[in-house]
Write a protein that binds this ligand. Structure first.
Ligand SMILES: Nc1ncnc2c1ncn2[C@@H]1O[C@H](COP(=O)(O)OP(=O)(O)OP(=O)(O)O)[C@@H](O)[C@H]1O
Ligand SMILES: [Mg+2]
Length: 235
């Protein structure tokens, strides 16, 4: 076990279709880790930087400017490249943990499966954007399309959610297909049931990641050198 491996932070992603409970669970997971003295940064994609939030507004909150499907894919990846290089990479180096709401699987599903851009192109763009920074745990929340629609019933749809029924069907199909065939670090987690039930399922997986980090620190330092620091959630 290299010292750098023991001291670097861990990168956790929560992904899944609209209304799967990602944002709800990111907050709960961050709180759970913070209780244990882990410094956590919560991020969302697209976003997490000033540029990323400006791109997010363009991609999600406006309906007047037409965005071509390939241009849309590039915009998501531009926000990602900026986030990785400006925030995620440096934070992991400092030993902080990152919890990110959506990541590369969303791009493959929304812009590839649903948006019609070749999956190979999406994967190449993602690979360039992540610059070698890979998640340690990638939780994919699953739920039936009907539950997603019900959960989002009392809020207005964003630009991506307004792309119609076929698009939404392809999104669900994309997540189901991809999460079935992916092994570690991907972990399919049932997003149905109460918030607390889903939280427990996620925690049972992440707790193992935390335990592994603590024991690797012990091996390197001969002591559990866990730094207790103030925690900051930035969204
Ligand atoms: N387990 C759950 N049971 C019932 N309702 C839930 C559950 N988890 C989240 N919700 C509610 O469902 C709605 C969508 O949840 P949330 O915003 O966390 O999902 P999301 O995956 O982040 O959605 P989006 O992709 O649109 O950002 C919210 O109103 C939230 O309070
Ligand atoms: Mg959300």
């Amino acid at each position: 076990m290299k010292k750098n491996e023991a001291t670097r932070g861990r990168f956790i992603v929560l992904d899944g279709p609209d209304g799967a409970g990602k944002s709800t669970q990111v907050k709960l997971l961050a709180a759970e880790l913070e209780k244990r003295g882990v410094t956590v940064k919560s991020l969302r994609e697209p976003g997490g930087t000033a540029l990323g939030e400006a791109i997010r507004a363009l991609l999600l909150n406006q309906t007047t400017i037409h965005i071509d499907a390939l241009a849309e894919a590039f915009l998501f990846q531009a926000a990602r490249a900026h986030l990785i290089r400006e925030v995620v990479g440096p934070a992991l180096e400092r030993g902080e943990w990152i919890i990110c709401d959506r990541f590369t699987l969303s791009t493959l599903v929304y812009q590839g499966y649903a948006g019609g851009i070749k999956k190979k192109i999406i994967k190449q763009l993602s690979s360039a954007a992540i610059d070698g920074v890979k998640p340690d745990a990638y939780i994919v929340l699953t739920l039936p399309a009907k539950t997603s629609v019900d959960r989002r019933a009392n809020r207005s749809a964003d630009r991506m959610e307004s792309k119609g029924e076929t698009y939404l069907k392809n999104v669900f199909n994309g997540f189901a297909t991809e999460s079935k065939k992916r092994g570690s670090p991907y972990k399919k987690v049932d997003g149905q049931g109460t918030v607390e039930e889903v939280q427990k399922r996620i925690w049972s997986h992440i707790e193992r990641v935390l335990t592994a980090v603590q024991s690797s620190k012990f091996k390197v330092n001969g002591t559990i050198g866990f730094t207790l620091r103030a925690c900051k959630i930035i969204n």
